[in-house]
Design a protein around this ligand. Structure first.
Ligand code: MCN
Ligand code: CUN
Length: 802
């Protein structure tokens, strides 16, 4: 489908494919002209502007709040506090994890940046100015910042709003067979263990979060424009939380400038905007700035893990045992399937054939922002993959084994699929050995090891400070939640809807419950319809993000759009095709069984000249054509897809780094990524998704961390401190693919949106540690951390304490 210019390396794209293939994204015609319509572009008549006063303390009792000076500001229209909200029963709201979170603080503030007051004014500047006029008296309390001390007997109790609470414990959860795992470890020849922290990070989307609420006092209709990845779920939650009738709530998600999980949940500012609109009778816009986004919205990771791996003398992996301390911040607000407090961490047994595995996860409160599952996390699979892929390297390090060989000999073989893991999850398909072999071939693994030896001998001779590292990871992802029987969010089962309308002239409109944030849905979902019906993607409009216009479904996260909404799209297109067959039969005066489908047309078997194209069928379906009595006219159809299982993409990554031991500086020289996401709808879009995730991996492994000081002061509240990778830090990615279709997905596709974010951090980390021959050091491997690791004095980068 694509041709590459041998001189420039640029790829020219052919004409729009009638189905799968690399085509330019339809939405980009808008975006590259600056014609996107993001939340802050929306201006409603008479709209007011809001700002939030936030806590400077990580933990403090609120003694008093005096809003009189702010209220006296000539352009201020309302000042809302926790007390105002308490009067409406809205001071606390339910989180996605069966906890409550304060919308505006009443009793205490529990993290730095927590919402304390909401000021609505005639313009944005006045709203900001008036924040300084709100006088809050705090009585500071000691803060719990290090999760490892949250359960100490003398730790301050953060959630004393909960009656009878005397500690910071949230939950204990375990999975796997503890006895069988202990047994395997008792029989093992070798065991390696390692303590590791997957540090707290932030998705940091380019566009921050915000909301415009408009309550029509006459009709009682609430319209909320908001940056959400899950518009329908938001509507239901607003209805449940605020007691508003759901049919009178319309959620509109305009263009979204990146979500990465940050835009799944409902933030206090959204609720306050609704209250602000009710109180003032005018639309209220609230948008946060960068620091507010970094300090108060959904973070990711913060998993303190202890892993053990057991093997035989000759390198057969036997089992894995894990304990995790999960730092959930001040409110338990993780966005993941409700019955799964550690998300899908179950896949920590990785891509290997293990006899047994067990994990125990304990969740704790700390004085940090809540959230917990965001940043291309696949519901904690990022942490699980990092754990197992680090453990495999630690074992290889301890035993002097080659990490590639250790993986090769233990990967699941293709004849083992469908494979049920020690934790009971059924991996649908894969050809892991071929995926790994492809990556190692592309990288030239043996030559790299030979070069590494030479670089090391020059280093050991004192001729050069440079070392070279080669890091591998092999990951199995689990994406496409539900099925709804086992997975729900606040009782809403995880299934997706699709509606397909075919107009008389053969043009189509596809309405979906999922919501693109940059993944190219307007293009790729049109391509699915094109593949099924032979209508050009250019003739198919994809509608998302408006609950009044789209069918119910749980939204876009956990790379579930292709596995669930993509399946719904294929199924609804097939329903349309079934209807088209009946119409075509009436047109051609034959039995439906005599027709053969050839993309875009039905032909009479044995009489190729007798045919009806989709265009002709569409017009006929709306005409006076006589149809059988039991057949409705038109071709339109709807579908709800409840996935039978998750899809399990995989990938093999090889990272090559150069490490300057004199400065600790790491340069990623090469990155080979072979991904298997089943059938690729738009290979160019898939590659774009992988590029983004690989950059995430460099960010996580080398620079991103939400650090705090011991008082709970946030040390990463701007992009000066919270470092994101740029093109400067990224090599030219070398991508490869294997394709093992998902057997249970209608088009054999698996999700890919988070694969590279999941798979790349361990590859980069393994590469750096391989270079300096250090068994383990926690991410991010900043120059300071590497410099210290080389000298044998590890650095803890998440806390500003030595
Ligand atoms: N695709 C394809 N063939 C496949 C699989 C996917 O062509 N076999 C295409 C899809 O049709 C879609 C894109 O790749 O256009 C990503 O699809 P999918 O893997 O289903 O992921 P989602 O659409 O559900 O996106 C969610 C995922 C998540 S959870 C995060 S986090 C993340 C990610 O996507 N956030 C992103 N990628 C992002 N990319 C951008 N630009 N912005 C974000 O916020
Ligand atoms: Cu967890 S980040 Mo994505 O699932 O939206």
């Amino acid at each position: 489908m694509t041709t590459t210019d041998p001189d420039t390396g640029f790829r020219a794209l052919d004409a729009t494919p009638m189905g799968y293939g690399s085509m330019r994204r339809k939405e980009d015609a808008r975006f590259v002209r600056g014609k996107g319509r993001y939340l802050d572009d929306i201006v409603l008549p008479g709209m007011l502007h809001a700002a939030i006063l936030r806590s400077p303390h990580a933990h403090a009792r609120i003694v008093s709040i005096d809003t009189s000076a702010a209220e006296a500001h000539p352009r201020v229209r309302a000042v809302i506090t926790g007390e105002t909200l308490a009067g409406l029963g809205l001071a606390w709201m339910p989180t996605l994890s069966h906890d409550v979170q304060s919308v505006l603080a009443t009793d205490k503030v529990r993290f730095q940046g927590q919402e304390v007051a909401f000021v609505v004014a005639e313009d944005r500047y006045s709203a900001r100015d008036a924040l300084a006029l709100v006088d809050v008296e705090y009585d500071p309390l000691p803060a719990v910042i290090d999760a490892q001390h949250a359960l100490d007997a003398d730790a301050p109790v953060i959630r004393d709003d909960q009656e009878g609470r005397t500690d910071n414990h949230i939950f204990d959860w375990e999975a796997g067979d503890a006895a069988a795992t202990d047994d395997v470890f008792a029989r093992a020849d070798v065991v390696s263990s390692c303590d590791m922290l997957y540090p707290r990070s932030h998705p940091a989307p380019m566009e921050t979060c915000g909301s415009i609420a408009s309550m029509d006092p006459v009709s009682g209709k609430l319209t909320v424009y908001t940056t959400t990845q899950a518009p329908h779920a938001h509507r239901t939650v607003y209805a449940l939380v605020a007691g508003l009738p759901e049919h009178k709530i319309q959620i509109i998600s305009p263009d979204i400038g990146g979500g990465f999980g940050n835009k799944v949940g409902i933030y206090p500012g959204y609720v306050c905007a609704v209250v602000g609109s009710i109180v003032t009778g005018a639309p209220v816009k609230w948008t946060e700035d960068r620091s507010e986004n970094l300090m108060s919205t959904s973070f990711a990771r913060d998993y303190h893990m202890r892993g053990e791996i057991a093997a035989t003398h000759d390198g057969k992996l036997l089992g894995v045992r894990v304990t995790v301390l999960a730092d959930h911040g001040a409110f338990n607000g993780t966005a993941q399937p409700s019955k799964m407090p550690a998300g899908l961490f179950h896949v920590f047994s990785g891509s290997y054939d293990l006899a047994a595995a067990h994990c125990a996860v304990t969740g704790v409160y700390t004085n940090k922002a809540p959230g917990g599952v965001a940043y291309a996390c696949s519901f904690r699979i990022t942490e699980a993959v990092y754990l197992i892929e680090r453990l495999v390297d630690v074992l290889a390090h301890d035993q002097g084994w080659d990490p590639a060989e250790l993986r090769r000999t233990n990967l699941l073989r293709s004849e083992q699929f469908p494979y049920t893991t020690a934790l009971g999850w059924e991996y649908d398909s894969g050809d892991y050995p071929r995926t790994l072999a492809t990556a190692l071939d592309m990288a030239g693994y043996d030559e790299l090891r030979a070069e590494q030896k030479q670089v090391r001998s020059a280093y050991e001779r004192g001729e050069s400070p440079m070392l070279m590292g080669i890091g591998l990871s092999f990951f199995t992802e689990a994406v496409g939640a539900g099925p709804r029987r086992t997975m729900d969010i606040l009782g809403l089962g995880m299934a997706d809807g699709a509606e397909l309308r075919i107009h008389p002239t053969g043009k189509a409109v596809l309405r979906l419950s999922c919501m693109t944030q940059g993944q190219g849905h307007q293009t790729t979902f049109a391509q699915i319809v094109a593949e099924e019906l032979g209508i050009s993607p250019d003739d198919i409009e994809v509608v998302q993000g408006d609950t009044d216009q789209t069918p119910f479904g749980l939204g876009t996260y956990g790379s579930r759009s292709t596995p669930v909404s993509g399946a719904a799209t294929a199924m609804v297109a097939r329903k349309v095709r079934d209807r088209a067959r009946i119409v075509a039969a009436a047109m051609l005066e034959v039995s439906p069984d005599d027709l053969e489908w050839e993309k875009g047309a039905f032909r009479v078997a044995g009489d190729p000249a007798a045919a009806a194209t989709m265009n002709e069928i569409a017009m006929a379906a709306h005409s006076d054509l006589e149809l059988p009595d039991d057949v409705e006219g038109h071709l339109d159809a709807t579908c709800v897809y409840n996935p039978p299982n998750l899809t399990y993409p995989c990938g093999a990554y090889v990272c090559v780094v150069d490490v300057d031991t004199a400065t600790g500086q790491v340069k990623v020289r090469r990155f080979v990524a072979v991904d298997d996401c089943g059938v690729r709808i738009n290979p160019m879009v898939v590659e774009g998704q992988v590029h983004g995730g690989l950059a995430d991996g460099i960010g996580m492994a080398l620079m991103e961390v939400m650090a705090f000081d011991t008082d709970g002061n946030h040390l990463g509240a701007s992009f000066m401190d919270y470092l994101l990778p740029t093109a400067m830090e990224c090599p030219s990615w070398e991508l490869g693919e294997t394709v093992t279709p998902s057997p249970h997905h209608p088009i054999g596709a698996k999700g890919v949106g988070e694969s590279a974010t999941v798979g790349s951090p361990p590859a980069v980390t393994n590469a750096v540690l391989d270079a300096i021959r250090v068994r383990h050091a926690d991410m991010p491997l900043t120059p300071a951390a590497v410099w210290r690791a080389v000298r044998g004095t590890p650095l803890r980068t998440d806390l500003a304490i030595g």
